[in-house]
Structure formats: structure tokens, C-alpha cells
Design a protein around this ligand. Structure first.
Ligand code: ARG
Length: 464
């Protein structure tokens, strides 16, 4: 048996090295090298703690500390040679540390295992991404608030079933997305709070007999406390699942908004003009301006939710504690994180750059008998009719206008009185879209005054 043939990190009982296929299926270095900085931060905290508790000497700890900084700089400047034979980032770093500092490197792995090491590294990586998502969501929400404030009183059609329903304001529509992304923000913050417990020191699964100080490493790595059960600490991937759940729900929101932008920017709607910076042309049709960024954002939910499903299935049915299945966690999370951040940034860019076409919005706002509910409400409020009767009378008036090929405000008072003789000229005041939106002052309603109040509430919350 030679050192070359078996693994230098765990090859003691092995007479031969792995089959090439075994090496290929086993190695994670191709992707987990993304956690190099987290791995080294975890090792530095662990080494400092081992020295503070007297498990290793201060000299060894200092050598380890210096050596790890050298390894980190090699990785950062691209001179580090990653080895598939060394399986993963943990063993790649440790093996290089041994080359750099010699014997003390072998003391670093005292009182820990790759099981608590990988859980720690991955948590730190996911935590950074939760922070990045928070930043991205805040920027997107602020861009939406700017749109909402500018267009608090711009009228547009509100839809249900994608059929014109009632007039709303542009600001109100933007604020609906502020609420959605606001919930995403609160989910991200909540997930971060719950996940912030340190697995380090759980060792392989049972804890360790060395007098380690888990509070110390937890604090050094910015965790609130050490995870309280070593079996759970090495087997838990809830933090990754919650990250992917947050990402999935947010991606659903992004896709819904993206879909609206695709519809709104079409020649049939012309509600918005997307900027050239977030559109593309066609190589064959010179007139085309395509909402590619919106379409790609709409699509991202596929891979993000796919990652969520994939990791749920990996974790399902795994017995305690660590199983190698869990190595399949990283690529899903890495991919979802990359595309979530990209989608958030692209949406923020589009929202900042797009311009609402006020004239088109206003014209569409009055189409489709959008003030029919206002007419029915008038019959209730002024004539004292039961709402069901008012609904029926209004339906007859809509049918009359439809037959004439005109809108409700184009009917004459005589037309109205032909359907219900108590209707007066006053009814025409509620048939205009401006009146319609101004009247919807109920809390959370579409009236410009309500929209401005909601913009102010959100701005104060974000600034606090
Ligand atoms: N590369 C492994 C992973 O990503 C690290 C932990 C390996 N632990 C073990 N006992 N083989 O999960």
C-alpha cells in the first residue's frame, strides 16, 4: 500500500485507491470549491478555539491560522490546484495546509469531522445568500415604491380573469407587488434568524470528548448559539430547504410580475414601454422589441422550484445522522441562489427603467364597462335599492350599452330611466374612472390617497 493509492486523509484501512467511477461519483470538489472561504473561516475559528481550550498549542494554532490565510489567498488568486482525488473542499484545503505548514496541519481536525464541517460551511454560505436576497428584495421594493409614488393617481383597468373588472391606479398595482416582495423579505429574515445556530463541534454525530468550546466558535462565526443536538446538527438541511422555499415563493411572485410586463408591453396592451436596456430585437423582424428579461425571469421559477423539489426528495427518508446523499444539496442551492439573485436584479432594473403609458392606461381604464359596479353602488346608496336588484338593473344597462356599441357614460338619462325610472342625472358623476378610483378610500383600497398612505407606511418601515 502506498500513500498515492489510498486516500491520505482517511486511507489508513484501505489497501487500494478508488475505482475511477467511484472517484467520479464521490467527488464534490467540482462544485463545493465555492465554499472555500467559508471552509477556511470555519477552520480558523476551530483552530483558535482548540488553542484557547488547550487542546492544541498556541504555536500550532498560529501556524494553522497563517497557513490557512496562505491557502485562502492561493484560492482567491487562482493558483490553488484543486484535486478530485481529495474529494471535497475540506480535504483539498487541509491537504494544502499540510504542504504549507507541515505537521501542525494534522492537528486541525481534532474534535471535529467533515460532517459538522460541511454543515457549518454550507450554513455560512446559505446565510450570505439570505443576506444577498434581503438586499436584492429591498432594492426591488424601493424601485416599486418609486413607481407607485409617481403614479399614485394614474388610472388603469384592474382585472379579474384577465377581464376588465374595475378601474384601479397604477400606484395601487405596484403596491400589490410591494406587499408580495415584502412578505418574501420577512420570510428571508425569519429563515435567517432560525437557521443561525452553529453545527461546529457536533463532530461526526455524537459530539466529542475533547473539552471544546462551542459557544466560542459559534460567536466567532456570527452564529447566535451552538446547535443543541449533535445528531440533528450534522443531519439538518432545513436551512437549505427554507432557503429554497423562500426562493421558490419569491420566484413565483417574480414570474407573475414578469408575465404582466410581457402582456403589458405587447402591441395589444401598450400599458408599458420597457427600456432598450432590458429588451432585445429580433434578427429577422426589424420592428420587434422583445421583453426577454421579463420572459427569462418568468422562467426562473422552473429551475428554482426544481431545486426545492430535488432537495426535498434527497432529504426525504434519510435516517440520522449524516448520509452521503446530502452532498447532493449544494448544486441545487448554488444554482437556485445564482438565478434568484439574477432575477431579482433584473426585475429591479426593469422596474426602474420601464415607463407607464398613461394615455393608454387611462383609455383602457374606462373600457369594458369598468364602472358598472360604481353604477350599482349608486343605485344602492342613492335610491336605497337592495344590491341584488341594483346588480340586475346595471346588468340591463350594460347590455343596452353593449347593444349600442357604446360605454356606460355614453347612455342618455332617458336610456337609464327606461330601465329604472328613479335614476337621476347625478348617476353620471360615478361613471367616470377618476371618480371611481377616488371613491375607493377603504383601507387598502385603490384611491390615490390610500396608495400614498401605503407608500408612506412602507417608506417609513424601510427607513426605520
Ligand atoms: N463532501 C461531503 C458533503 O458535501 C462532505 C462531508 C463528507 N462526510 C463524510 N463522512 N463522507 O457532504
Amino acid at each position: 500500500m502506498t500513500d498515492q493509492a489510498s486516500n491520505q486523509m482517511w486511507g489508513g484501512r484501505f489497501a487500494a485507491g478508488p475505482d475511477a467511477i467511484m472517484e467520479a461519483i464521490n467527488a464534490s470538489i467540482g462544485f463545493d470549491k465555492r465554499m472555500a472561504a467559508q471552509d477556511i473561516a470555519g477552520s480558523r475559528a476551530h483552530a483558535a478555539m482548540l488553542a484557547a481550550t488547550g487542546v492544541i498549542s498556541d504555536n500550532d494554532a498560529e501556524a494553522i491560522r497563517e497557513g490557512l490565510l496562505t491557502v485562502l489567498s492561493e484560492i482567491e488568486n487562482g493558483t490553488f490546484k484543486f484535486s478530485t482525488a481529495l474529494e471535497d473542499i475540506h480535504m483539498n484545503v487541509e491537504a494544502r495546509l499540510k504542504e504549507v505548514i507541515g505537521e501542525p496541519a494534522g492537528r486541525l481536525h481534532t474534535g471535529r469531522s467533515r460532517n459538522d464541517q460541511v454543515a457549518t460551511d454550507f450554513k455560512l454560505w446559505v446565510r450570505d445568500q439570505l443576506d444577498a436576497a434581503e438586499t436584492g428584495l429591498l432594492a426591488l421594493i424601493r424601485a416599486l415604491l418609486t413607481q407607485a409614488e409617481a403614479g399614485a393617481d394614474w388610472v388603469m383597468p384592474g382585472f379579474t380573469h384577465l377581464q376588465v373588472a374595475q378601474p384601479v391606479t397604477w400606484g395601487h398595482h405596484m403596491m400589490a407587488y410591494v406587499e408580495m416582495f415584502g412578505r418574501d423579505l420577512s420570510r428571508v429574515r425569519d429563515a435567517r434568524k432560525r437557521m443561525n445556530e452553529s453545527p461546529l463541534g457536533a463532530a461526526a454525530l455524537a459530539g466529542t470528548s475533547f473539552p471544546i468550546d462551542r459557544e466560542m466558535t459559534a460567536a466567532a462565526l456570527g452564529f447566535d448559539r451552538p446547535a443543541a443536538n449533535s445528531l440533528d446538527a450534522v443531519s439538518d438541511r432545513d436551512f437549505a430547504l427554507e432557503f429554497l422555499s423562500c426562493a421558490s415563493i419569491c420566484a413565483v411572485h417574480l414570474s407573475r410580475f414578469a408575465e404582466e410586463l410581457v402582456i403589458w408591453s405587447s402591441a395589444q396592451f401598450r400599458f408599458v414601454t420597457l427600456s432598450d436596456r432590458f429588451s432585445t430585437g429580433s434578427s429577422i423582424m426589424p420592428q420587434k422589441k422583445n421583453p426577454d428579461a421579463a420572459e427569462l425571469i418568468r422562467a426562473k421559477v422552473g429551475r428554482i422550484f426544481g431545486a426545492n423539489t430535488a432537495l426535498m426528495m434527497v432529504m426525504k427518508g434519510l435516517p440520522l445522522a449524516y448520509s452521503k446523499d446530502m452532498q447532493e444539496d449544494k448544486e441545487q442551492v448554488f444554482d437556485a441562489a445564482d438565478h434568484w439573485m439574477l432575477a431579482l436584479a433584473a426585475m429591479e432594473g426593469m422596474v426602474k427603467d420601464m415607463s407607464a403609458n398613461r394615455a393608454e392606461l387611462a383609455e383602457a381604464a374606462g373600457s369594458g364597462f369598468s364602472t358598472a359596479t360604481d353604477l350599482a353602488d349608486w343605485l344602492v346608496r342613492v335610491l336605497g335599492l337592495p344590491f341584488r336588484d341594483a346588480h340586475h338593473i346595471t346588468g340591463s344597462l350594460v347590455a343596452l350599452a353593449e347593444g349600442r356599441g357604446c360605454d356606460l357614460p355614453d347612455l342618455t338619462l332617458a336610456d337609464m330611466q327606461g330601465v329604472h325610472d328613479a335614476i337621476t342625472q347625478d348617476v353620471f358623476t360615478v361613471l367616470g374612472v377618476e371618480n371611481s378610483v377616488n371613491s375607493r378610500l377603504s383601507y387598502g383600497g385603490t384611491a390615490p390617497a390610500q396608495v400614498r398612505a401605503q407608500v408612506a407606511r412602507w417608506t417609513a418601515m424601510l427607513d426605520a
